[in-house]
Design a protein around this ligand. Structure first.
Ligand SMILES: NC(=O)c1ccc[n+]([C@@H]2O[C@H](COP(=O)([O-])OP(=O)(O)OC[C@H]3O[C@@H](n4cnc5c(N)ncnc54)[C@H](OP(=O)(O)O)[C@@H]3O)[C@@H](O)[C@H]2O)c1
Length: 396
């Protein structure tokens, strides 16, 4: 059978979303002959075994990791030169997946500016390097539906048409600007963009992640269980209160697991005629879930009993708890766990249980109309991520 000469390049490939897409590409989604080459572009170097991706096999697409590409620096021309030097067959790149994000918590306007500049650099470079480009998939998020405003901005289920109706004073959100940059960059060319839009993304990342709720809670719950004497076969009953309030426990949302996110991104990339120029929501299931459902299942994986909020005002939030007991990882030989936790997003992730007190589930009508039918029980994604973190030595 002739192999399709598709060459996918993934920027931010060691991050939460980028890794999810590389993992699915190397797992031969949608089929073994879909991509002949996959290039993972990363900033901070990670060895290939430490990426925990599918092992080489006759069916796996050709794979290369290109590290040390800092997108904050230089011009589009400079980046084009770097890609030509470092990426084999750069001129044959057909599909771009862009999942880079640089956080500047104290200044959302400046954060938006630097992220737009990185996006512009990548679009400019690819227009120079890759005449075969067909599609450019990148991530938006529910921030683009105004969920950073207390109580939310729009009534759920959140539909894609709302993304262009954000109030003028909702500053610091890059996604509408990304759409403008890519519309302009693709004008008169043979490629188009798709903005895939998740709410919380639940999955593995090999090198830490800025805003991974699953990683944040996995490190917290693993230390909490250890500190409370939970060991294999100990049979103790130890409760762990939900880090938040009752309203947040019951508000509806629709998370997406790594596997479904990777697959939807690839589906969008391979169908530019129908998915191009669109925002497309992504989630495991159109049926929303709640933390009242997720929390006990997550806690139980660590041998704990997840219960509702506690009245202990002095209880440490997960971020402070992990910071206080991080040395326990090292004492138990999990040195990677110290470096590979959440970064800039710890405080925001701590506030999830108090701030997200409103329904924010995504509508999946457009996704289904575009032909993506796979669905998954959202709990599975959490448990799968915990197993991967444990295998990689990122939790106890
Ligand atoms: N996390 C979620 O639940 C979630 C939900 C909705 C939307 N999103 C969106 O998804 C996108 C990706 O987020 P994520 O959660 O995957 O973040 P992440 O895990 O922190 O990954 C971000 C990636 O960007 C790379 N990066 C940062 N600065 C860079 C630079 N100067 N040059 C090159 N690469 C750089 C990082 O590499 P280094 O660490 O090596 O610099 C990292 O691999 C963001 O737009 C985010 O808003 C995320």
């Amino acid at each position: 059978m002739a192999i399709d000469p598709n060459h996918a390049i993934v920027f931010g490939a060691a991050g939460l979303l980028g890794w999810s897409v590389v993992n699915q590409l190397l797992s031969n989604y949608p089929s073994a002959d879909s991509f002949s080459q996959v290039t993972a572009v990363i900033n901070r170097p990670v060895s290939e075994p430490d990426l925990h991706l599918p092992k080489p096999s006759p069916e796996r697409p050709g794979f290369q990791v290109v590290s040390g590409v800092n997108l904050l620096q230089g011009t589009g021309d400079d980046l084009a030169g770097q890609l030509k030097d470092k990426v084999p067959s750069a001129e044959k790149i057909t599909h771009v997946f862009y999942f880079v994000f640089s956080a500047l918590n104290d200044d959302h306007i400046q954060e938006c500016r630097i992220n737009c500049e990185m996006m512009q650099r990548v679009a400019d470079a690819l227009n120079i390097v890759s005449p075969a480009l067909k599609s450019f998939v990148y991530s938006g998020g529910t921030r683009g539906y105004g969920i950073y405003v207390p109580g939310g901005t729009f009534k759920a289920p959140l539909e894609e048409s709302l993304a262009d109706q954000l109030p003028e004073d909702y500053a610091g959100c890059a996604y509408p600007l990304f759409r403008r940059i890519l519309t302009k960059a693709s004008h008169g060319r043979d490629w188009t963009w798709t903005e895939v839009c998740p709410d919380a993304v639940i999955g593995f990342s090999p090198n830490g992640s800025g805003f991974s709720l699953a990683l944040h809670w996995a490190q917290y719950l693993s230390l909490y269980a250890y500190n409370h004497g939970i060991r294999a076969g100990s049979g103790q009953r130890v409760e762990v209160p939900f880090p938040g309030c009752e309203e947040a426990l019951d508000s509806k949302f629709a998370p997406v697991s790594s596997k479904i996110l990777g697959r939807i991104s690839i589906h969008a990339a391979m169908n530019p005629d129908t998915c191009g120029g669109k925002v497309v929501n992504m989630a495991d299931d159109e049926q929303p879930t709640t933390f009242r459902h997720i929390w006990p299942a997550a806690a139980s994986w660590f041998g704990l009993v997840g219960v509702g909020p506690s009245n202990d005002a002095g209880a440490l939030k997960p971020g402070a708890y992990v910071a206080k007991y991080k040395h326990v990882f090292g004492e138990n030989g999990r040195h990677k766990a110290v470096a590979c936790g959440v970064g800039a997003g710890a405080a925001q992730l701590d506030s999830v249980g108090w701030w997200l007190t409103f329904d924010r589930q995504l509508s999946l009508k457009r996704l289904r109309a575009l032909g993506f039918e796979e669905r998954r029980n959202p709990v599975e994604g959490w448990l799968e991520a915990f197993e991967q973190f444990r295998d990689a030595g990122i939790i106890l």
